[in-house]
Design a protein around this ligand. Structure first.
Ligand code: BYC
Length: 474
């Protein structure tokens, strides 16, 4: 299908040929813009931002850079190219042709999955809406807005599916995506992490590293779906997601680098001395990491899940890179879970592999997370420091699954509730940590300048220099 960038809603889905759908989406468009103005980035809507816009899905068109005012960003609907004769890749319908329409028996489940995915996209924009004011540089400000507009586009992607394939229910769900709000007492966002405030840039980098990475794994699982329009939508979203994780990865790396520089200058790793010098001490960074990693682990759902088993059996949602697995049916296979035994210890239980899909994906996610830690720890190693960032155990501070509300230390050893509470200040950000981190957050808007607590990036965006005017305030 040709890309049409001239339409009011740029798309490569032939929207012009489907007047009813086009009208429905053109009706939703002003509601989306209203939401953007009310709950999207606060201020900066008159600024020109050096943004990447997708104008088609080929290698040339998906990343076109130019100055854009955010409300003028062209939120388009783009699906990856259709694969010839694609077949169901896993579950009970393995090998059958994929579906171009929603099978009646899977309608409500697919709608629920698409709504859950769609709900996270505007949620993250809401969570980050005030961060622009305290951006550590123009480069970072531009990256924040890039992430925000693309999450807006990902919302469009899910709303397109709802409108195009789910009739009236889908249109209602699309409206509700703009009615729930992050942290709202009455109408919160669906998944836990998306109701956590992101009020400082250390949290933003942790979120884009750990939570966007859940996005990567969930999108990869949905890209395996037998419902082909969902698969193609998610495949294209994944190309944009990579930059979001890059922002988190390099952001945390730059914070650590700067802290090491000041540790060297002062000859100490004493948090009080480092805070006096205006940088974020390593134990505070570790506590933020513990918080966001454990929260993001919950987003994979329960470790033993009948929902996951039926998604897999029915071909609705698979495992990332399904092709790499030997068995695509998993009807007979099993998986061993480690569960709390209720007496302060651990017991093993074998469950059907299909019920363990969430856990299998979570394990792959943890391995992916470790790569960033290896990079950050290399900065410490090269500087000759023995400290290392670590990922806490997947049992630590969980609120979903078998380990939910079971007290463990960060190594995953079950402990008493009292012991857990007595260590909270060592393991998770304290009010004092948050107050300190907030105290160093000041907007730095001069070209090429960086806030005191973060090192410059290694290179700029799209081969531009670091001191490029990434945002113009007029
Ligand atoms: N918070 O059988 P269970 C992204 C619910 S991030 C609250 O254990 P299941 C992005 C669950 O919904 C990726 N509720 O789990 C990142 C279910 O409720 P229902 C987002 C939770 O169903 C950054 C019940 O508990 N995409 O894209 O196997 C910026 C029992 O669930 C939570 C998706 O999540 C939680 N943490 O798996 C922007 C993909 N966890 O249905 C964007 C779509 C579970 O019984 N969603 N529950 O009322 C799914 O595939 C699945 O719904 C889940 C849960 C993986 C989330």
């Amino acid at each position: 299908m040709e890309s049409n960038y001239q339409d009011r809603i740029p798309n490569n889905v032939g929207l012009g040929a489907n007047r009813t759908l086009q009208r429905a989406l053109e009706h939703w468009q002003p509601e989306f813009l209203n939401w953007w103005h009310g709950l999207g980035p606060s201020d900066f809507n008159a600024s020109s931002v050096y943004l990447r816009t997708a104008i088609s899905v080929d290698t040339k068109g998906w990343a076109t850079f130019d100055y854009v005012k955010m409300p003028d960003y062209r939120w388009g609907i783009f699906l990856a190219q259709e694969e010839n004769e694609r077949r169901v890749g896993f579950g009970d319908h393995f090998g059958q042709p994929v579906w171009q329409q929603v099978p009646g028996e899977h309608r409500s489940t697919l709608r629920r999955l698409i709504v859950t995915q769609g709900d996270t996209e505007p949620a993250s924009v809401e969570q980050q809406r005030l961060l622009g004011h305290t951006a550590p540089s123009l480069y970072d400000l531009r990256n924040l807005f890039q992430v925000n507009v693309e999450e807006g586009r990902h919302l469009w992607a899910m709303v397109y599916l709802l409108h195009a394939y789910f009739g009236r229910d889908g249109r209602e769900e699309a409206e509700e995506l703009l009615e729930r709000h992050s942290g709202d007492a009455d109408k919160p966002r669906i998944l836990s992490t998306f109701n956590e405030p992101i009020s400082d840039w250390l949290s933003f980098y942790m979120f884009t590293y750990f939570t966007d990475r859940d996005g990567k794994f969930q999108l990869k699982s949905l890209a395996e779906s037998s419902f082909d329009p969902l698969s193609r939508t998610c495949k294209f979203m994944l190309t944009e997601e990579a930059h979001h994780m890059f922002v988190g990865d390099t952001g945390i790396g730059r914070v650590i680098k700067r802290t090491i520089e000041v540790m060297k200058e002062l000859g100490t790793d004493d948090p009080i001395a480092l805070r006096k010098a205006g940088v974020i001490d390593l134990p505070t960074i570790q506590r933020y990491l513990n918080f966001w990693f454990s929260s993001s682990l919950d987003l994979f759902g329960g470790d033993s899940s009948s929902n996951a088993a039926s998604y897999f059996a029915n071909g609705l949602k698979g495992r990332p890179d399904e092709i790499k697995y030997e068995d695509h049916i998993e009807a007979e296979s099993s998986f061993t879970l480690e569960l709390p035994n209720g007496k302060g210890g651990v017991r093993e239980e074998r469950i059907p592999m299909r019920n363990a899909v969430n856990e299998v994906v979570r394990e792959a996610y943890v391995r992916d997370c470790e790569k960033g830690l290896a990079r950050w720890n290399r900065h410490l190693e090269e500087a000759g420091y023995p400290q290392r960032m670590t990922l806490p155990s997947t049992r630590f501070r969980r609120t979903v699954g078998s380990w939910a509300n079971v007290a463990t230390n960060p190594e995953g050893k079950p402990i008493t509730k009292e012991e857990f509470n007595s260590h909270l200040d060592d393991w998770l950000p304290t009010p004092d940590d948050r107050a300190y981190v907030h105290s160093v957050m000041h907007g730095v808007f001069e070209r090429g300048k960086m806030a005191s607590w973060i090192a410059p990036p290694e290179r700029g965006i799209n081969t531009q220099p670091i001191n490029f005017e990434y945002v113009r305030f007029h």
